[in-house]
Design a binder for this molecule. Structure first.
Ligand code: NAP
Length: 294
């Protein structure tokens, strides 16, 4: 059986790693990049235009800077009969917009969110979640890139996971940076602090599972980690940070979420209830089964 012909649009850090992995996997690969020279040393056909590159492939993988770039590049290209796999970061609505466009053009569309750095693409440390219309058969070559998780036919669902996961990641990174500033203000080396911090964060993981179940059920028991207790802890932490000259608006924002629930008489309920301070949920839990592939 001949290997599927694959096109990669965009040879930035990610696109280059994707193209190299498909080449290593024995696929004929056509590539296109806006500026020249990015394909040097790559055993792929270098196309003069995005349209020419797309014509050469059955599976078309898009790895451009952002949604706007993907729209610009795809707009004038004939994608009829192609399987588009867009790994460009964007919002759920961006993905749904491109999926609707692809469907109108007669193309399949799969949107992906990459949990890897370019160096780990094609290794066990790479994981990509996908959702969209594209049938399973077209995804076989995607297993070369890393672990594949398919999240259903709604093209926006993978991005829905992605923005939530990235929000969690930046919350954690913001917290780490503030912890580092507090440590420095107290004459503590950040490298000295980090093992203890990482150990505590690891120990906290089961609490996230408990909170998640409470939030999905909208049922907040009188947990060990009550809103009132956390309100007091946050106030102390905010005072300490101010006294040490490193206040952090992120902490004030978390306390404001907690305050709103305590003010409405819910102080003895679980900290997880603070999610309700973000306002009413506009969409219920979407259906669809997750399908893991290794
Ligand atoms: N790198 C990662 O670790 C990683 C991980 C997960 C997700 N992602 C996502 O993957 C996507 C690509 O990331 P990257 O790291 O490869 O970015 P990058 O190295 O900055 O490359 C960006 C690519 O987009 C092209 N581009 C930018 N604007 C364009 C336009 N208006 N028209 C045509 N081409 C345009 C660039 O072309 P030129 O070469 O001509 O500038 C280049 O090929 C992003 O959405 C990123 O969020 C990246």
């Amino acid at each position: 059986m001949t290997a599927e012909a694959i096109t990669v649009l965009g040879l930035g850090n990610l696109g280059r790693a994707l193209a190299e992995t498909f080449v290593r996997g024995g696929h004929p690969v056509a590539v296109w990049n806006r500026s020249e020279g990015k394909a040097a040393g790559l055993a792929a056909t270098v196309a003069a235009s995005a349209a020419e590159a797309v014509a050469a492939g059955d599976l078309v993988v898009v790895a451009l800077l952002d949604h706007q770039a993907a729209q610009q590049v795809l707009r004038d290209v004939d994608v009829r009969g192609k399987a588009l796999v867009n790994l460009t970061s964007g919002t759920p609505d961006d993905a749904r917009e491109l999926a609707a466009w692809a469907e109108a053009q007669g193309a399949g569309y799969l949107h992906g969110a990459v949990y890897a750095v370019p160096q780990t693409i094609g290794t066990g440390a790479s994981s990509i979640i996908y959702s969209g219309s594209e049938p399973v058969s077209a995804r076989k070559s995607l297993a070369l890139l890393g672990k594949v998780t398919y999240l259903g036919a709604d093209a926006g669902r993978a991005s829905g996971y992605d923005v939530a996961i990235l929000a969690g990641m930046y919350g954690l990174l913001g917290g780490f940076l503030h912890a580092a500033a507090l440590a420095r203000a107290n004459g503590i080396g950040v490298a000295e602090l980090t093992p203890l911090l990482a150990s505590w964060l690891t120990d906290l993981q089961p609490a996230l599972t408990t909170f998640a179940a409470e939030i999905d059920a909208s049922s907040y028991g009188n947990g060990e980690s009550s809103l009132a207790m956390n309100q007091s802890g946050l106030a102390t932490l905010i005072r300490a940070a101010q006294a040490q000259g490193v206040p952090f608006a992120g902490l004030d924002a978390v306390k404001a979420l907690v305050d709103r629930q305590v003010d409405s008489g819910r102080g003895q309920e679980s900290l997880a209830r603070a999610v309700e301070s973000f306002g009413p949920v506009s969409q219920g839990l979407a259906g669809g089964q997750d399908e893991d592939r290794h």
